[in-house]
Design a protein around this ligand. Sequence first.
Ligand SMILES: [Zn+2]
Length: 371
Amino acid sequence: MIREADRLRTFAPLPGRSIKHRASLYADDLVVFVTPAAEDLTCLQQILLLFAGASGLIANIDKCDRCWATLPARAEKNVVAMIDASMTVIIGDGASAKLWTDNWSNVGSLCSFAPQLFADISPRGKKMSVNDGLFQNRWAREIHGADTVQVLLQYLRVWAILRAVVLDPHVPDRLTWKWSPDGKYSVSSTYRAFFEGSTALLGAKELGKTKAPPKVKFFMWLVLHRRIWTANRRLRHGLQDSDDCNLCSQASETCDHLFVGCVTTRQLWYRLLLPLGLQDLTPLTEESLGIWWLRQRERLSADSRPPFDTLLLLITWTIWKERNNRVFNRITSNLAAIAQEVIREGQCWCEAGYSSLAHLISLWSQNQVVL
Ligand SMILES: [Zn+2]
C-alpha cells in the first residue's frame, strides 16, 4: 500500500537519491521514510489504519520514535531560560499545565520558586498537571525527602499559592507569549526579544551600505566602537606613558580627536573638500565621529551621500596609515603629501571597482593648485 501510494505520488518525493525503499520490515518493526509534512503523515496514518482493518495488525503509533528523539541535541540552557521567562500559562481547567515546571503562577514556575521542595518531589509528582495536583491535594503526597526547615518554609508558601487557585473546568489552559501583542508565538518577536535593551551603534546602518574595501569597513567598524589602538587607549591599558596625538602633539589621541578634532585632520579635510565645493562640511570642533558623519551627510542630497560615505572611509583610513607611519617607521609626511596619498589610494579603490570616487578624483586632479 505504501509503494502504491508512492507510485501515485501521494507522498511528497524524498530528497536525494540514496533512499531506495520507503518502507522496510525488520521482524515486527516497520521503518518508513516520509517527509515531515502534515499531509504525508496523515496519509501514512490512514494507510496504517486501513492495513490494521484488513489484517488485524494494529500499528502502535504512540510507540514510534521521532527521528530526532535519540540524537544528542538538547535545548541549550539559555534557550530554556528564554522560554521560561517568555511563556506564561493562563490557567483554565489545569489539565495541560504542569504544576511544578510551567510558568502559570504570579511567582513564576514553582520549581524555581521552591527549589528545595521541588528536589524532594517524586519523579511522577514533578510531571503532575495543575488539575491532578490540586485534586485532594495530591501534590503534597508526592513529597519524599528530608523535612528541613527550608523545605517546610517553601511547603507553606506553595500551600498558600495553591490554596488560592480556582480552576474553570469549561476553559482549557492557554499559553501566552510575552513578546507579541496578541500573545501568540512568532519567530520574529522572539528574535527581536533577544535584542531587547540593546542599543544600535551610531552609523552602523550607513557603514553597512557604504562601498569600500572590506578591510577598511572593518577598520571603520572598530573606529565607531572606539576599539582601535590609539595612544589614549594604549595609555589606559598601561602600554605606554603618554597619550599625546601623533599628528599634532597638542591633545589626547582618541578616535574622535584623530579623525575629527585634530588640527592636522581638519586642515586635511578642508584641503580635500574645497575642490569639491563641500568645504562647509569640514569639522570645526572635536565631537563624536559617528554624530559628525551622520549630521554632515544629512546636509547632502541623496545622490551625494554614497560618494561622501566612501570618501569618509578613504580619508579616515589614510589618516590612520599616516599616524601608524609616524609611530612605527618614524616617517612624517606634510599635509600636501597626505592629500596626495588620499588621491593615490582613491585611484586604487577606483581601479578595484569602487567607481563612486571617480568623479571626486577627477575634481581633485583639476585643482592641483589647491593641493
Ligand atoms: Zn591631534
